[in-house]
Design a protein around this ligand. Structure first.
Ligand code: MLT
Length: 312
């Protein structure tokens, strides 16, 4: 029996399906990245990696769930830089990003775009600025909730342009863009993993990209910076996490699988099409992600405290 028990205890990881939790609604940018890498990760691990959407409260519901999950390697979280803004934005956060997780690695870095529904009147950025000054009470901007990057980007935009728009929160920019395509909401600041294909085929209007340089995949779209919004820069990093206490051998296998998945030709192509950057292999590591997260928390904390934006 002793032999049996110890053989059982040492059943090699993984021997069943792994859940990768996405903290926003299906169809949006985080979900796109998760579903794309779940397949090659599953192949590398010899088990299926299923994507589960646990949306709400800017990603903090999912992060709480994973922080409290059994640390056995079968529950993972993919989250973007909202992980670093949550401590300042949420006064009653139920997890500590620096204490309650193991770090698998950095995943990608994704630019954003400022887009509008196709029939929104302004045709370019100067027209948009003029239009917003005159019609600000009538214009709506969607986001994915407090702490979503669409929220932060929208705040930055409104503060630089000096107008306050009607903000409409969703559980992810997937549903937000559906409403934008349907004409129910006017503006959205969202990641290129979702918007680049829609910009390319003209389903949405675009006013600018949030990087300081133009994107190779959207060469005709000017940056916001070059159009007078000096220094406007938002680039969204994503990382993968496991609950604190997940055994090291499982973490090692998951990190190796993520590193391998990020070299997958389909993943590379899809990321290239969106001008998203795959993290270099030395950043797809526990140290790489923890270092980034630590510096990002230090960067955002004073900015958010100064802005006075937070949830009780
Ligand atoms: C999403 O996946 O829906 C977005 O990443 C949400 C966001 O704007 O942060």
């Amino acid at each position: 029996a002793g032999l049996c028990a110890s053989a059982f205890a040492q059943a090699p990881f993984p021997d069943r399906t792994i859940s990768l939790i996405v903290p926003f609604a299906a169809g949006g940018p985080t979900d796109v990245v998760a579903r794309l890498i779940a397949i090659p990760m599953g192949k590398a691990l010899g088990q299926t990696v299923i994507v589960e959407n646990v949306a709400g409260a800017g990603g903090t519901i999912a992060a709480t769930k994973v922080a409290r999950a059994t640390p056995n390697g079968y529950t993972l979280l993919i989250h973007h830089m909202g992980m670093s803004t949550a401590p300042a934005l949420y006064k009653k956060l139920a997890f500590d990003p620096l204490k309650d997780f193991e770090y698998i690695g950095q995943v990608v870095e994704v630019p954003m775009t400022l887009i509008a529904r196709k029939d929104f009147p302004p045709n370019n950025f100067p027209e948009l600025k003029a239009y917003l000054q005159l019609n600000k009470n009538k214009v709506s901007i969607a986001n994915a909730g407090l702490g979503a990057v669409s929220h932060l980007c929208g705040l930055l935009f409104m503060s630089q342009i000096g107008v306050e728009l009607n903000t409409i929160p969703y559980k992810g920019t997937g549903p937000a863009i559906n409403d934008l395509l349907g004409g129910q909401v006017d503006l959205l600041c969202d990641q290129t993993t979702q918007t680049a294909p829609m910009i390319k085929d003209g389903r949405v209007k675009v006013y600018g990209v949030t990087t300081l340089k133009r994107l190779a995949s959207l060469p005709n779209v000017p940056t916001l910076d070059e159009q007078g919004m000096k220094g406007f820069e938002v680039s969204v990093w994503h990382g993968m996490y496991a609950p604190k206490g997940t055994p090291q051998p499982a973490l090692d296998k998951i990190t190796a699988a993520l590193q391998k998945a990020m070299q997958d030709p389909m993943v590379k192509q899809r990321m290239l099409d969106a001008s998203s950057e795959i993290a270099p292999q030395n950043k797809i590591t526990a140290n790489g992600l923890k270092t980034l997260l630590t510096s990002e928390i230090a960067k955002w904390d004073p900015v958010i405290k100064k802005s006075g934006v937070y949830a009780d």
